[in-house]
Design a protein around this ligand. Structure first.
Ligand SMILES: Nc1ncnc2c1ncn2[C@@H]1O[C@H](COP(=O)(O)OP(=O)(O)O)[C@@H](O)[C@H]1O
Ligand SMILES: [Mg+2]
Length: 220
């Protein structure tokens, strides 16, 4: 099997003793692949992503994620902090102490990768939801992230932008050898990924080919 870029081994997590969310949960996402995580509302998908990005610490078990790792939120307005597209992507590089020419080059390259090269000076408020999500993804590309976690990034987008975004991430994963884990509840998005995981009762109860999971979920 290909080496995993993301691995959870027997991870348990509770918000409180009455609310166990993950129960000895294990999963792997192979390096260089685009995987999706599905599960009903409240099944623990967002909690799992917060454990993967280190915002939360597990009660038990081992978590391994290849670094650097980027995160894309459901609501881009919770993520984009600078007034313009270019400034926002550059801001994400702030703690890396790069020379200004290198920052410029990385920002340009990352914006080109998400087809926003012509929008560098555009104010964030003038963007559509889908464009804002692409700015957030450009932030991860500029940081040369090997792994990107996306928590329902299409939840607030119109149907056309939803499929544009998922196709864009599919293409970036293939072109740049990144690994992506994408949380969704939209079965149509499964057509774009390499594999899918189903979270239920605090564990991954199914993993494998997206088409098979799609058929399983359509029957439910
Ligand atoms: N900050 C929090 N404090 C306490 N409980 C939480 C918090 N966030 C989520 N939960 C609980 O954890 C469980 C899983 O939630 P979540 O991970 O958001 O699920 P999903 O993303 O699959 O909808 C739910 O029962 C939810 O109420
Ligand atoms: Mg969630």
């Amino acid at each position: 099997m290909t080496e995993a870029a993301i691995a959870l081994t027997d991870v348990s997590f509770s918000w409180s003793p009455e609310v166990p969310v993950l129960r000895s949960c294990s999963l792997e996402v192979p390096r260089g692949e685009f995987w999706m995580l599905l599960g009903t509302n409240g099944s623990g998908k967002s909690t799992l992503l917060k454990l993967l990005n280190g915002l939360l610490v597990p009660d038990a078990g081992v978590i391994r994620v290849v670094q650097p790792m980027g995160f894309v939120f459901q609501n881009p307005d919770h993520q984009l902090v600078m007034p313009t597209v270019g400034a926002d992507v550059a801001f994400g590089l702030g703690s890396d102490r790069l020379p200004p020419a290198e920052v410029r080059q990385r920002v340009d390259e990352a914006l080109a990768a998400v087809n926003l090269g012509h929008m560098k000076r555009r104010p964030i408020y003038a963007l559509s939801g889908g464009q804002k999500q692409r700015v957030a993804i450009a932030g991860a590309i500029a940081r040369h992230c090997d792994v990107v976690l996306l928590d329902e990034p299409t939840a607030l987008l119109d149907p056309d932008s939803q499929l544009d975004l998922v196709a864009q991430v599919q293409q970036l994963v293939k072109a740049r050898g990144m690994t992506a884990l994408w949380v969704t509840h939209r079965l149509a998005e499964l057509d774009y990924c390499d594999g899918a995981l189903l979270l239920e009762g605090g564990r991954v109860v199914d993993r494998g080919h997206p088409e098979r999971l799609k058929q399983r979920l359509m029957r439910q």
